[in-house]
Write a protein that binds this ligand. Structure first.
Ligand code: TMP
Length: 426
């Protein structure tokens, strides 16, 4: 079969940012073999070239010692170093867009084949990759041979994408177009001198060059909910880090707020002086802030292929105004229908604490807003309404026990969120 378009990627510094694992393994090797630990500038040079070359050139090793160093490095790398790694934000979007074009996607890397395949699998990228070519034996292989192995037998337009001169030189020897990328470990000067066909400073530039005129795939909308004091801010940080490590582009927002008009409404809603606000006014103001936010922030981010993580959404209105203020679930949903207009989160993380724990945590806070000052009975009704919502829509909610340590909660949430995001990429 002939493939009309093929894109072959280098791995380290092009698809993934792997310095953490590589540097830790070089340090480990130096310490074990009694060499001085290389400084930061020297460590940087280890990313890209074959290990044998690096140990010889940058640490002055010779003969037998080079082989011992490679063995020592791999001892740690295969267990731990491999996963001390991140996919560059936006790479998933690029791979999705290429696959949608019916493109053949290969990887040609100086990293041995087996760990390269494990990295691709670990980050859920296997569904995009048609071939992985890395050195098979103990010794390194020429980049041009790796690129040939990563290509199908017959092809039309073909690109080699990489961050170092080795990638560009290899691609040129094979006779295909080359794209140098500036977000990895090489400089623009290095890539241009090597003769790259085109240069992309950012992942977005690479998308513009490799997928011209193509629309972005849909991103995802996630929300996070819980009673006041459930630890949303900490969890937002931890989940964001996990999503970004997998190459998702995360945008944060919050309700009420998230854009200029809605932040102004937030001030009115949370102002302690507004004691006379009626329950229905409050519900309408939350809905009004939401109407603006959905159109100005949420939809554009999702349409641009981003993952929008929103601190509270319509569930908060149903719980606080519907339950807490006793306006009723159906009434609050009806008020919000034109605001939301069909835009609902793909998944909602619910940080589960009961209203007594919420009260204890709120009592420890220095200053409370108008909602947080409400009596415990208000928060008990809010909790009950949340439970009703979860029972109504169990598929959407990711419910986690939020009385555990932040790290334990973060791990549990990240696993489930990542699984859902990757499922939705199909
Ligand atoms: P925050 O403290 O999590 O930023 O939320 C502000 C307060 O507003 C919080 O007490 C929950 C409340 N709230 C509602 O009552 N209804 C809503 O629709 C939203 C979004 C928040």
């Amino acid at each position: 079969m002939r493939w009309e378009k093929c894109v072959i990627f280098d791995l380290d510094g092009t698809l993934t940012q792997s310095e953490e694992g590589i540097w830790n393994c070089v340090r480990y090797t130096a310490e074990k073999m009694g060499y001085p630990v290389p400084d930061a500038a020297t460590l940087r040079k280890f990313i890209g070239p074959p290990l044998t070359y690096s140990f010889r050139e940058f640490m002055g090793m010779e003969g037998e010692e080079v082989d011992r160093a490679v063995r020592t490095y791999r001892e740690r790398y295969q267990v731990t170093g491999l996963f001390e790694n991140r996919v560059f934000p936006g790479i998933r979007r690029l791979l999705r867009m290429l696959k949608r074009q019916g493109c053949w996607i290969g990887i040609a890397t100086g990293k041995p084949q087996e760990p390269s395949e494990r990295i691709v699998e670990y980050f859920g990228l296997k569904k995009y990759i048609d071939a992985v070519a890395g050195p098979l034996g103990f010794h390194s292989e020429e980049k041009e041979d790796l690129i040939r192995r990563a290509l199908p037998e017959e092809y039309g337009e073909a690109w080699m994408v990489g961050d170092r001169k080795f990638d560009i030189e290899g691609g040129r020897k094979v006779g295909i177009s080359t794209l140098g990328v500036g977000f990895g470990y090489g400089s623009e000067e290095e890539l241009r001198q090597a003769g790259c066909t085109a240069y992309a400073a950012t992942v977005q530039d690479a998308i513009d060059i490799l997928c011209p005129g193509q629309e972005n795939p849909q991103g995802a909308f996630l929300s996070i909910e819980g009673l006041d004091g459930s630890g949303k801010s900490t969890q937002i940080r931890l989940i964001t880090d996990a999503m970004e490590r997998y190459g998702f582009e995360v945008v944060h927002s919050r309700e009420p707020g998230g854009c200029k008009v809605s932040e102004k409404i937030r001030e009115v809603l949370l102002d302690k002086d507004n004691v006379g606000m009626t329950d229905i006014t409050e519900a309408l103001l939350y809905a009004a802030a939401r109407a603006q936010h959905v159109r100005e922030v949420i939809r554009p981010a999702v349409n641009a292929g981003k993952v929008l993580l929103c601190d509270r959404f319509v569930d908060s209105s149903v719980a606080y105004q519907g339950g807490g203020r006793q306006l009723g679930v159906e009434r609050v949903l009806a008020i919000n229908a034109p605001a939301v207009d069909g835009t609902l989160p793909m998944a909602t993380i619910y940080l589960d604490i009961d209203h007594e724990t919420s009260l204890k945590r709120r009592s420890a806070a220095s200053e409370l807003d108008r909602m947080e000052m409400e009596a415990d009975s208000f928060h008990a009704r809010t909790e009950a309404a949340y439970r009703e919502l979860i029972a109504r829509d169990p598929q959407r909610f990711i419910v986690v026990d939020a009385t555990r340590t932040p790290e334990e909660i973060g791990k549990a949430v990240a696993e489930q969120v990542l699984a859902r995001l990757m499922e939705a990429e199909e």
